[in-house]
Each structure stands twice: as C-alpha cells, then as structure tokens.
Design a protein around this ligand. Structure first.
Ligand code: ADE
Length: 251
C-alpha cells in the first residue's frame, strides 16, 4: 500500500480528481491511499498566514518555511529530510526548479510506501524548506504553472498506474511510450476506412511477427518525427538504424 499526502493551500482542488479510471480502481482495491491537507492547518497565528514578502525585494509572495516543515514533520514523523535516507518515505516539492519528472522517476516513486507532495505557490517556496525537509524537488516540465497542484495530480497518476495490479492486465505498461525509450506506435480501431483513410493492411493480416515489426518501425518513425531528442539515449539495433536512414530519405 502506497500513501500520498498532498500539502496545499487548495485542498478542494483534489476533491474529485482522483475519483476516475485507474486511480479510482487502485484506491478501491487498497493499492493506494491519497489525502489532501490544508497547509493553513499548520499555521499558529490568528490569520493563518502561509506566505510573506521576499527578502531582497521583488514581486510576489513566498511560502513561509514554518507551516510547511511542520506539516511535513506531522505527516512523516521526521524533523529533517536526512532522517528519511534509506527509508521508503519521500518528501517531494513540486516546482519549476526541480529535476524533470520522467517515466523512470515515476517508477522510482512507485517503490515508496509514503510520499508527501508539497504544492508550491506564488513566486516560490522559502529555500530552507528545500534544504531541510524535502528529499526531491520535481518539475513536470519546462513551463510555469500557477501552482504545484496540477503537477501533484500528474505525479500521483503516473505513479499509481505503475503499482502492481493497478492496470487491467499486468503487461499493459510494458509496451507503452517511454518504456523502451521510444514513443508508442500508432493505434487503430474500427472502422477499417475512415475519412478516406484505411487502417494499415498489415494490422488486418493476423500475421503477428509482421505486426510486431511494423509497430517497432512506426514507433521509431513517430519518435524521430516528434521527439528526436529521445533517439540520443535509445539503444537501436542495425535494423532500426536502417529504418531511421530510410525515414530521412522519405522526407
Ligand atoms: N509549479 C509551477 N510550475 C511547475 C512545474 N512545471 N512543475 C512542477 N511544479 C510546478
């Protein structure tokens, strides 16, 4: 059982977002538990202040360290992140300054038992939070969201579907995008002809080896076209390198 605790100033944001599809099923099956907590619950002043102006001047507000670190301590029992080294607990700050969240990071998180997600807000989070009570600072991509909440949803979803038993068939995560370092191949369903375009004949042939070969080639074509950066890391065999050269000529 994996447990997520999300620290946010907008707990309502998460009220229904985990009630659908695979995440809903995984919760119902007892594979994962997800709770959202209001950061203001860990303030100690009358006005429940969670932010303040930045030292050094500038626009926007910065989330104060005390409520955030108190929340982390209450949820993990650890006062500092270094106490969590070697445990199955992770404390993740979502921010555009983080390490990029990729499929392999989701696979890492799926090994944990306890994950606290801190949703950043405003112009940022006091850096001492990062230094003392966070084990990982993660970004979901090179763009700026107005807060970490949508990023927390992304991290939960991508992680939960990797939990053993979360997907309908145990193998359905194996063939999808990124697993082999390439994008997934194109998929087709009925009708056989749509808008003047036919489904590739090989997919109708029932010839499994030919279909597998076609899928590998088309996954490679898709990757070369949309994500050539992924080809740098991928290990390609001779056939695949030949296909790549052919795609180049076709263009
Ligand atoms: N908060 C704001 N932008 C973000 C991003 N790209 N990833 C994670 N958290 C964020």
């Amino acid at each position: 059982m994996l447990r997520f605790d999300i620290i946010t100033i907008f707990p309502e944001f998460f009220r229904t977002v985990f009630d659908f599809g695979i995440v809903r099923r995984a919760r119902a099956a007892g594979l994962v538990e997800i709770a959202a907590h209001d950061l203001r619950a860990w303030t100690t002043d009358k006005h429940k202040v969670v932010d303040d102006r930045p030292f050094g001047g500038g626009d926007g507000m910065v989330l104060k360290p005390e409520p955030l670190c108190a929340a982390v301590e209450a949820l993990t029992g650890a006062h500092e992140a270094r106490e969590l080294a070697g445990t199955k607990t992770r404390v993740v700050l979502l921010s555009p300054q983080g390490r990029v969240f990729e499929q392999k990071v989701a696979a890492e998180l799926a090994e944990a038992e306890r994950i606290v997600l801190i949703c950043g807000r405003y112009e940022g989070v006091d850096e001492r939070v990062v230094e003392t009570c966070v084990t990982d600072e993660l970004s979901i991509g090179d763009y700026v969201l107005s807060g970490g909440e949508p990023a927390a949803v992304v991290v939960v979803d991508a992680t939960v579907r990797l939990l053993p038993g979360a997907l309908g068939s145990e193998t359905s995560a194996v063939n999808e995008s990124f697993n082999a370092g390439l994008l997934d191949c194109p998929h087709y369903t009925r009708p056989v002809e749509y808008s003047g375009r036919r489904v590739p004949e090989v997919l109708l042939s029932g010839h499994h080896a030919e279909i597998a070969r076609w899928r590998r080639r088309e996954a490679l074509r898709k990757t070369a076209r949309n994500r050539p950066d992924l080809l740098q890391q991928a290990t390609l065999d001779e056939q695949e390198r030949t296909w790549l050269a052919e795609f180049d000529k076709e263009q």
